[in-house]
Design a protein around this ligand. Structure first.
Ligand code: IMP
Ligand code: MG
Length: 183
C-alpha cells in the first residue's frame, strides 16, 4: 500500500511525556539488573534499525552502567502494513562474551526477534536480553521472552517516535495509530 490515493489519519496513543517517563523507569530497571557490569566488559546494546533508533538514543541516556552500542538492520514490512515473514538481517558484530541487550521498537508476530536471537546466540554472548518499546501480544505467532517492555499496545498499526509506515512519520515525537482510508 502506498501513501498515494489514501488519506491517513493518526489517532494519538501515547504522548511524548508518557514515553519519556516510561523510558526512565526502564533505564533504572536495566541499570539495577546489570549492576555488576564493569567498564572492562560493558553492556552491549544492539539496536534494531531503523525503527528503534530514537527509542535507543533516549534509553541509552537513562542507563547508568557502562554500555556501548551497535546496530543491526532488520526489515519485515517493506512498504506494507502486514509482516511479510521475510526478515533480512545484516550485521557484523563482536558479541562473543558480551552481555547483550537487544533494543527493538515493536514485537509483533515475534518472527523478527526470533531470527535475531537465533543468530546472536550462535555468536556466544555471555547473556542475551530483549528490550522493546512496544509489545503487541495479540499478534504473536512466535514465542519471545521479553525482559523489558515499555508499553503493551493493541494489534493496530502504530507510527511515530522512530516507527514508520513506508518510511513516513518517524519524526513524530509521540506514538499514534495509523488509519488508512480510501481517498
Ligand atoms: P514481527 O517480526 O512481526 O514481530 O515484526 C516486528 C517488526 O515489524 C518491528 O521491528 C517493526 O519494525 C515492524 N512493525 C510491527 N508492527 C508495526 C507497527 O504497528 N508499525 C510499524 N512497524 C511495525
Ligand atoms: Mg523494526
Amino acid at each position: 500500500m502506498s501513501l498515494e490515493g489514501t488519506f491517513n489519519t493518526i489517532v494519538p496513543l501515547i504522548s511524548a511525556d508518557e514515553i519519556h517517563r516510561r523510558i526512565k523507569e526502564m533505564g533504572k530497571a536495566i541499570s539495577n539488573d546489570y549492576g555488576t557490569i564493569t567498564p572492562e566488559n560493558p553492556l552491549l546494546l544492539i539496536v534494531v534499525l531503523k525503527g528503534a533508533f530514537i527509542f535507543a538514543a533516549d534509553l541509552m541516556r537513562t542507563i547508568t552502567v557502562p554500555c556501548t552500542v551497535d546496530f543491526i538492520f532488520a526489515s519485515s514490512y517493506g512498504s506494507g502494513t502486514q509482516s511479510s515473514g521475510n526478515v533480512a538481517i545484516r550485521h557484523k558484530l563482536i558479541v562473543t562474551g558480551r552481555s547483550v541487550l537487544i533494543v527493538e521498537d515493536i514485537i509483533d508476530t515475534g518472527l523478527t526477534m526470533q531470527q535475531i536471537t537465533a543468530e546472536l546466540i550462535t555468536m556466544k554472548p555471555a547473556s542475551l536480553g530483549i528490550c522493546t518499546l512496544l509489545d503487541k501480544p495479540d499478534a504473536r505467532k512466535h514465542h519471545v521472552d521479553i525482559d523489558y517492555t515499555g508499553f503493551i499496545v493493541p494489534n493496530t498499526f502504530i507510527v511515530g517516535y522512530g516507527i514508520d509506515y513506508d518510511e513516513h512519520y518517524r519524526e513524530l515525537p509521540s506514538l499514534g495509530v495509523l488509519n488508512s482510508d480510501p481517498a
